[in-house]
Design a protein around this ligand. Structure first.
Ligand SMILES: CC(C)(COP(=O)(O)OP(=O)(O)OC[C@H]1O[C@@H](n2cnc3c(N)ncnc32)[C@H](O)[C@@H]1OP(=O)(O)O)[C@@H](O)C(=O)NCCC(=O)NCCS
Length: 167
């Protein structure tokens, strides 16, 4: 049973585990494949608690944390935000959980925060994520050529967005 709750201090060790998982960090971060540690994630969390423009959630299988997601750069004036998601536990990817979680987050952004648009960035190689985003209604708005250098190759980065059609 999938449950979504607030992202909490007790999730910090999971953040380290998930963000260091090669199956996750090959697709995320400012620099693909970068490693994190407890100190950096404690710092991230204390900044997160102070930030007014970020809302993060932990995705759980009953009570077991399996991943996290959130909206950042939430702009009240532009009514937009950036979406992020990572299913950190290997056994839980490809089972429909990401789709359920993203749907929940889109609904949260549009209904609760009353956003007009939700943006995300995804590396062109991340076919799985792109498929999920498309199925949920995200469109490709642009492509940044050679934006990421990873494992000896420049890769394109896609900007995707979904719009709140009910105003
Ligand atoms: C991207 C991610 C959030 C998707 O969540 P998920 O739970 O794995 O995705 P789902 O199981 O909901 O997949 C939904 C669809 O993708 C398909 N799919 C599953 N595994 C796949 C794979 N390896 N390659 C391509 N498509 C795949 C499923 O068949 C499903 O399609 P359907 O709804 O038509 O049946 C998750 O895989 C993840 O965290 N990946 C690592 C981090 C990452 O890439 N984050 C996004 C950065 S932009």
């Amino acid at each position: 049973m999938i449950k979504i709750r607030k992202h909490l201090q007790k999730d910090i060790p999971y953040r380290v585990k998930w963000l260091n998982n090669p199956e996750v960090n090959k697709f995320i971060g400012d620099e693909m494949g970068q490693k994190t540690n407890l100190k950096k994630e404690k710092e991230w969390f204390s900044n997160y608690l102070k930030a007014k423009n970020k809302k993060f959630f932990t995705i759980c299988d009953s009570s077991k944390p399996i991943g996290f997601m959130g909206l950042s750069h939430i702009s009240k004036s532009n009514k937009n935000a950036d979406l992020f998601i990572a299913i950190g536990e290997d056994d839980y990817r490809g089972k429909g959980i990401g789709k359920i979680a993203i749907k929940w987050l889109i609904n949260y952004g549009f209904k609760k925060l009353k956003l007009h648009k939700i943006n995300l960035g995804v590396i062109e190689d991340n076919n799985h994520a792109i498929k999920v985003y498309r199925e949920l209604g995200f469109i490709i708005e642009g492509k940044m050529k050679d934006e990421v250098f990873y494992k000896g190759k420049y890769r394109d980065f896609l900007s995707m967005a979904i719009f709140n059609s009910k105003k």
